[in-house]
Ligand binder design. Structure first.
Ligand SMILES: Cc1ncc(COP(=O)(O)O)c(C=O)c1O
Length: 391
């Protein structure tokens, strides 16, 4: 058989990882342990994606049929999908006009006797107003799940923005601050009950699973016995594999640098759009650190200079800029949620006017450059273009 050098070295690396696993603590357990230390959480459970982590988190919180889950109207669709998969109803609420994150006042307005949980999302790396949201949740006895896929190591009042909610879910998908290859996720919590439920659900409901990693040690005579009952919960296989965990571990070691680089790039972008009255970035409250998963602006060049979103995009690319992203459609406007599958209702346009207006105007510029100089070259193109059009 003929192997290329790349595939041979990859095979050797994999063999080394497997051998190390056999000899000692598993890579997944090491990764969970190190993640807990870094993010100051009592429990971390590694999963195979952010989406599966969100699904497990909702189940751990006891969300089920006919419950309602409040969530923002600017976010990825996966927050709604997992809600529907547990039989609950997503309740989309509008966002704050300045930060674009879920608006605590809108949360409060939408609480009903069926509300069971709130999903918060730190959009593009800007932490939500979590202090206010936790006060509301406490008053109404709701579980808060923070979808932290887009923010790693951000802070509020100098304190790490993590574990301030009941359950936090991270994604290591390839575009995120840290990745574990191309897919992966982590669920963190300080609550033993939630941790055990997440681990069990994500681990096919094995009865021996507990909040912390590892299984209850049993003598082989017990588990090799035909009478042995292995499963006491219905779960899925959302487990992370050892190669993914080894890569995640390596990224965790350099996470500070990865976040710092995106923050430096974010600052360069902020300078480029300063005093431009038709490109408005997310408002960053003084006590908060933004981690710039992307750098996003609200583009109003059409009303000011009659230059449409698409025309700006084409011109920026023509000059050598990187193609930026638009905002995802508001989840309830996506075709997949406009069918009566899962017994969902059809939501009308106009449900969340601030979010819908923003959705059509957002430009999300890439911040995941490997070197600051390359980012600066691209940002210079943006800055010059803004100067030519007029700020
Ligand atoms: C805010 C947000 N939540 C959830 C996810 C889902 O994570 P994953 O792709 O790991 O399932 C993503 C990104 O992919 C995201 O950006």
């Amino acid at each position: 058989m003929n192997f290329s050098t790349e595939s041979l070295s990859l095979r050797n690396l994999m063999q080394k990882l497997f051998d190390e696993e056999k000899e000692g603590t598993s890579w997944v357990t090491k990764f969970e342990h190190n993640f807990s230390r870094k993010f100051k959480s009592n429990y971390s459970i590694a999963v195979n994606s952010g989406t599966s982590g969100l699904h497990a988190a909702l189940l751990a919180a006891g969300v089920g049929k006919n419950d309602e889950v409040i969530q923002p109207s600017i976010t990825v669709i996966m927050d709604a999908y997992v809600t529907l998969h547990v039989g609950a109803k997503p309740v989309f609420v509008d966002v704050d006009r300045k930060t674009w994150n879920i608006d605590p006042k809108e949360i409060e307005k939408n609480i009903t006797s069926k509300t069971k949980a709130i999903i918060t999302v730190s959009l593009y790396g800007l932490p939500t107003n979590i202090t206010e949201i936790m006060k509301i949740a406490k008053k109404h006895n709701l579980t808060v799940i923070d979808d932290s896929a887009e923010t790693f190591l951000s802070s509020i009042d100098g304190e790490l923005y993590s574990n301030q909610t009941d359950i936090t879910v991270y994604s290591f998908e390839r575009s995120k601050h840290m990745t574990s290859g191309s897919e992966g996720g982590m669920v963190t919590t300080n609550n033993e009950h939630f941790a055990e439920r997440v681990r069990k659900f994500a681990g096919i409901g094995y009865r021996g699973l507990k909040a912390s990693a590892g299984r209850t040690s049993l003598s082989s005579e017990i588990y090799q016995n035909p009478d042995y009952e292995r499963f006491d919960e219905i779960g899925f296989n959302y487990r992370m594999n050892c190669i993914t965990a080894a890569m995640g571990n390596a990224q965790l070691e350099v996470l500070n640098d990865l976040v710092k680089l995106r923050q430096e790039i974010g600052k360069e972008f902020l300078n480029a759009v300063r005093n431009c009255n038709w490109m408005t970035p997310q408002f960053i409250p003084d006590n908060v650190s933004h981690t710039f998963f992307t750098f996003a602006v609200k583009y109003e060049g059409f009303s000011v200079h009659k230059l449409s979103w698409k025309e700006f995009y084409q011109e920026y690319k023509r000059r050598g800029g990187d193609g930026f992203y638009a905002c995802w459609k508001n989840p309830y406007m996506e075709p997949s949620l406009r069918k009566k599958t899962y017994g969902t209702q059809i939501w009308d346009k106009g449900l969340c006017p601030i979010a819908e207006d923003l959705q059509s105007k957002i430009m999300a510029f890439k911040t995941n450059y490997k070197q600051i100089n390359l980012a600066k070259q691209k940002i210079k193109i943006l800055s010059e273009m803004i100067d030519e059009i007029g700020r």
